[in-house]
Design a binder for this molecule. Structure first.
Ligand code: UD1
Ligand code: CA
Length: 486
């Protein structure tokens, strides 16, 4: 086993270039606040302690982290005023006082960093040296340059603003991600001075101290992996890379993705093999989808559990619901929170459900609202059925027992129960319980007035569309007003 690990995540900056009312690390990459990525990495690497250094909107950022990882999974150090990366780690230092092992420093705005690269970094640092990630961007502008001696050893990092002309031409840059012995890093912080072009306490000065007192090693990473997000253009770039990575992982696990560029996936979403995801599909939160499903274009699923062999046709929206095996949904069905569908349920176009259960094989194929309903197995809900669950004050429940048949254009005024195998005739307004096996019917009896239509046609001089319409004079606003007054 290697030395115990502690992680310090720097995330106090406002991110002025985001031009936002929200702290930079709350902006989302692949659907999740950016701050979640380094925290998840720290946990994945087995970090015993994770401290986030927060400043701008610290409470909101902390709440976002706790929302995902639970309370107590990170500690927070507040850096009220930002006087540089060294100053930031100084704020966290007291929390690491008892730590004996390696300290990893991550940034809250570098979401694409991978576990593989950090594992290399930590392995390198395990030798008791300071390891840092470097990269070679197309343009090194704005980054700290990695200065090496004739022997190729790193001697220090120099910030762009402090560079000599020769140093400015160095292509190798500092990613700002370090790992080294905690004691050494924390003690070195005492020696930092704001003796530089920006008057800040630079964490990078620790590298020069390590070059004298320990040793420094570098791990080269791709520019893409260590890219920081500073504005919305970089945010979109990071989002795309992350989504493609997630899509690729699914594809390697046996999921067909029809248009990887247009799959909107959050980390943590699970999809079974042989499931096909169409273009523009969005899978969010704690969503798990079984095997052999077909999720067609534009479907949005949040926090749902979907069984196997489920067919979700285009443009359905599902939230906080459970869908059983072999169900068919949509197109354009809306499953709102608390929907629980047993296997083989069919919900067709423009069917909305909320806090509603449907038993095995039940169907509501067209234009219905089913809210606060308990529907048994083998029930047929006809086109245009509405559970009237709300009287303006309280919500009430509708119960439809196994095998019942609800005719089209029915209103079920809750609370009400339709018994087992009962039939509700089309157009009925159900206000009282229907006994098992009964027929409920509330529409007035149909009458036929003999000859009425013919008499009307005679009176009007023909069938409605048979006569050519006389050309009307063009309507003017004044003309219309005049007519109304009559
Ligand atoms: C830093 C490095 C630079 C490196 C670059 C990579 C220093 C002095 N320089 O640049 O060598 O090339 O990162 O991106 O370390 N932060 C705080 N508190 C502060 C200052 C920064 O929490 O007082 C956080 C920011 O929110 C951000 C991260 O630290 O997440 C990096 O800060 P930023 O200002 O982007 O980096 P630089 O100091 O310019
Ligand atoms: Ca930056």
């Amino acid at each position: 086993m290697s030395a115990p690990l502690a992680t310090c995540i720097l995330a106090a900056g406002l991110g002025t270039r985001m031009k936002s009312a929200h702290a930079k690390v709350l902006h989302r990459v692949a659907g999740r606040p950016m701050i979640e990525y380094p925290v998840a990495l720290a946990h994945a690497l087995g970090s015993e302690q994770v401290v986030c250094v927060l400043g701008h909107q610290a409470a909101e950022v902390q709440a976002a982290v706790e929302d995902r990882f639970g309370k107590g999974q990170i500690a927070v150090a507040i850096q009220a005023e930002q006087h540089g990366t060294g100053h930031a780690v100084q704020q966290a230092a007291p929390l690491f006082e008892d730590h004996r092992g390696l300290l990893l420093v991550l940034y809250g705005d570098v979401p694409l960093l991978t576990e593989a690269t950090l594992t290399r970094l930590i392995d390198t640092a395990s030798a008791g040296i300071l390891a840092l990630i470097t990269f070679e961007p197309e343009s090194p502008r704005g980054y700290g340059r990695v200065v090496r001696n004739e022997a190729g050893k790193v001697t220090r990092i120099v910030e762009e603003k402090d560079c000599s002309d020769a140093e400015r031409r160095i292509g190798e840059c500092n990613a700002g991600i370090y790992c080294g012995p905690s004691r050494f890093i924390l003690e070195s912080l005492h020696a930092l001075t704001p003796d530089n072009a920006q008057g800040e306490l630079y964490l990078t000065d620790v590298v020069e101290m390590a070059a004298h007192e320990l040793a420094v090693a570098t791990i080269l990473a791709s520019a893409e992996e260590v890219m920081g997000v500073n504005d919305r253009v970089e945010l979109a770039r990071a989002d795309r890379v992350m989504r493609l990575r997630l899509a690729e992982r699914l594809m390697r696990d046996g999921v067909t993705v029809r248009d990887p560029e247009r799959l909107y996936l959050e980390p943590g979403v699970v999809v079974g093999r042989d499931t096909e995801l169409g273009p523009g599909v969005e899978l969010r939160g704690r969503t798990a989808i079984g095997e052999g499903c077909r999720i067609e274009a534009g479907v949005v699923i949040s926090d749902c559990t979907v069984g196997s062999r489920v067919h979700v046709k285009p443009y359905c929206v599902l939230g906080e619901s459970v869908v059983g095996d072999d169900a068919h949904l949509g197109p354009v069905a809306h499953l709102r929170p608390g929907t629980v569908l047993d296997r083989e349920v069919h919900l067709g176009n423009f069917v909305e459900t909320k806090k509603t259960r449907l038993g095995r094989g039940s169907k509501a194929n067209h234009l219905s609202y089913l809210g606060d309903a308990e529907i048994g197995a083998g029930v047929n809900v006809g086109c245009g059925t509405i559970t009237c669950n709300y009287d303006g004050y309280t919500k009430s429940k509708t119960v439809i027992e196994d095998g019942a048949f609800i005719g089209s254009d029915t209103q079920l005024v809750a609370p009400v129960t339709v018994g087992k195998g009962a039939v509700v005739a089309a157009g009925t307004t159900v206000t009282e319980d229907v006994p098992a096996g009964a027929l409920a019917l509330t529409r007035p009896k149909q009458i036929a007035v003999a000859g009425w239509a013919e008499r009307k046609r005679a009176r009007m001089g023909g069938a409605p569309e048979s006569k050519p319409k006389p050309k009307k004079p063009r309507k003017t606003a004044a003309g219309r007003r005049g007519r109304r007054r009559k």
